[in-house]
Design a protein around this ligand. Structure first.
Ligand code: ACM
Ligand code: ZN
Length: 483
């Protein structure tokens, strides 16, 4: 076909198909690929050929769309999966694809979403729908917050009480800021081991790995409700502390002087590692009150025996213990940025949530960092939209905690960090804490499209594109239809 007749054919086919697209049109892709070259014209092909290119990274791909077929080049099934996700977003309602070439690879390797199912439990079907949507935006990590003071949600054979008593909230208003309007007793809600295996397989089919979180040593009231002997204080004192609990959940710390507590968490981690085939396990470490340890004979004895100077050192000792325990099982530990206090064992990954500072310090001492400062990444903060009818806890209403889409998009994981440390930042995630989120509808409203903004920052790298450009693609993107 001559060049002139080819152009004529393209024009005719566009008229026939009802299109007036020009070669400059930006395809409605979210996240946007590294390089896109529009060739003009549409293809109606259904043919897709997959070719190996070992020089590409495991999640990278190249894609060409022509009249007579689509070709994907990749080095692994993840690259092919992402290429097919791109094709799905490119396909118009009438089935055509724009003719183009794409080269694409992610900027960050940790592109995550956290779901808190302790405060409210959503169940398998909701989790699967989240995993589906995550994969549409090339997110590859599901951080599953399965235990906290407000409920234990994972079957552990050795400790059945955890999912009998620990998975039930005895009072609807366990704390004044947790609103369970209309519910009586909440639970028992938890995942059986078969449920977990099913979700792990479902996620793996979408190239999503799961990082389970077992909170140690704070946020552990549900554990102590089941095993009162794991507290530094008597049950009477424990219940008093719950009734008068302030921000830092004084009752929620387990006794680190008690060897049975250490064995308990080791045994729990053994069963968790059997269920999750990935190399990383999260052990929490955040917001742990230490006052009980200062007056507890067992904790004081531990500090003396190990020559630990203070209660903060006691937490560092426990963290180091579990980092080593998991390393001996071939796993890496992730913890919230508090685990940096008092020094941190090599190899542990720091999740910087209170701001960028923890991550900057962690990178300086050679630790990998997941940078997820709350002011940019916590989706339990209000959207600021006029039609936002969701409930939020009181503490989320501070002006600086308003988190509109544009602010999520403006997030720079490297902010304040010297260039030579950028390599320690493995990525980020958006976080769905659910103290006041108990319906799938509210959860979805809070998650989407803000999670898309975080996904594009993580795939493309901070500052690679503008918010206006993102917004205009998002409006047209065929996987961003929320109802
Ligand atoms: C956290 O929000 N306490 C990690
Ligand atoms: Zn103690």
């Amino acid at each position: 076909m001559s060049a002139a007749s080819r152009i004529l054919a393209v024009i005719v086919s566009q008229i026939v198909l009802g299109f007036v697209a020009s070669a400059d049109d930006v395809p409605a892709l979210v996240p946007y690929p590294s390089k896109v070259r529009m060739l003009g014209g549409k293809s109606q092909t259904q043919s897709v050929k997959v070719l190996k290119d070992a020089s590409l990274g495991s999640e990278a791909y190249r894609l060409s769309v022509r009249d007579d077929g689509v070709e994907i080049w990749c080095s692994s099934s993840a690259g092919e999966f992402y290429a097919r996700k791109t094709i799905a977003q490119l396909r118009s309602d009438n089935g055509t694809l724009p003719c183009l070439d794409i080269e694409d690879a992610p900027h960050f390797s940790w592109r995550g979403v956290l779901l808190d199912e302790s405060r409210h439990f959503f169940g398998k079907d909701v989790v699967k729908r989240i995993l589906d949507r995550m994969s549409d935006y090339k997110l590859n990590l599901f951080h599953w917050h399965l235990v906290d003071s407000q409920g234990w949600r994972i079957q552990i054979d050795r400790y059945p009480e955890l999912t009998k008593r620990g998975a039930v909230r005895p009072m609807p208003d366990w704390e004044h800021w947790i609103r369970d309007d209309g519910f009586g007793e909440y639970g028992p809600f938890f995942y059986t081991k078969d449920d977990i295996r099913e979700i792990v397989a479902y996620a793996a089919a979408r190239h999503i790995r799961i990082v389970p979180e077992i909170e140690i040593p704070g946020h552990s009231r549900a554990v102590i409700m089941c095993y009162p002997q794991f507290s530094c204080v008597s049950m009477d004192v424990f219940m008093d502390m719950i009734r008068t609990s302030g921000k830092y959940d004084q009752a929620g710390a387990v006794c680190l002087g008690n060897d049975d507590v250490i064995r308990f968490f080791e045994n729990v981690l053994d069963e968790v590692c059997e269920l999750f085939p990935y190399d990383t396990v999260h052990i929490g470490g955040d917001e742990c009150p230490r006052d009980n340890w200062k007056n507890c004979p067992k904790c004081k004895a531990r500090m003396k025996a190990k020559e630990i100077a203070d209660a903060s050192g006691l937490q560092s000792w426990a963290t180091a213990h579990f980092v080593k325990y998991l390393a001996d099982k071939g796993r890496r530990t992730v913890g919230w940025d508090e685990i940096l206090q008092g020094g941190l064992a090599p190899g542990a990954i720091v999740m910087s949530w209170r701001g960028h500072e923890g991550g900057i310090a962690a990178a300086q001492s050679g630790h990998e960092v997941v940078m997820c400062p709350h002011l940019y990444c916590y989706l339990d903060y209000p959207t600021g939209e006029k039609d936002d009818r969701c409930a939020y806890p009181q503490f989320c209403f501070l002006e600086k905690r308003r988190l509109p889409l544009e602010k999520v998009y403006s997030f720079n994981p490297y902010e304040g960090m010297p260039k030579e440390h950028h390599r320690y930042i493995v990525g980020s995630q958006s976080l769905n804490w659910t103290e006041s989120t108990w319906s799938e509808k509210d959860l979805a409203y809070k998650m989407w499209p803000r999670t898309c903004a975080n996904a594009e920052v993580l795939w493309s790298g901070p500052g690679a594109r503008t918010f206006n450009d993102f917004q205009s693609r998002l409006k047209r993107c065929n996987s961003a239809r929320w109802d």
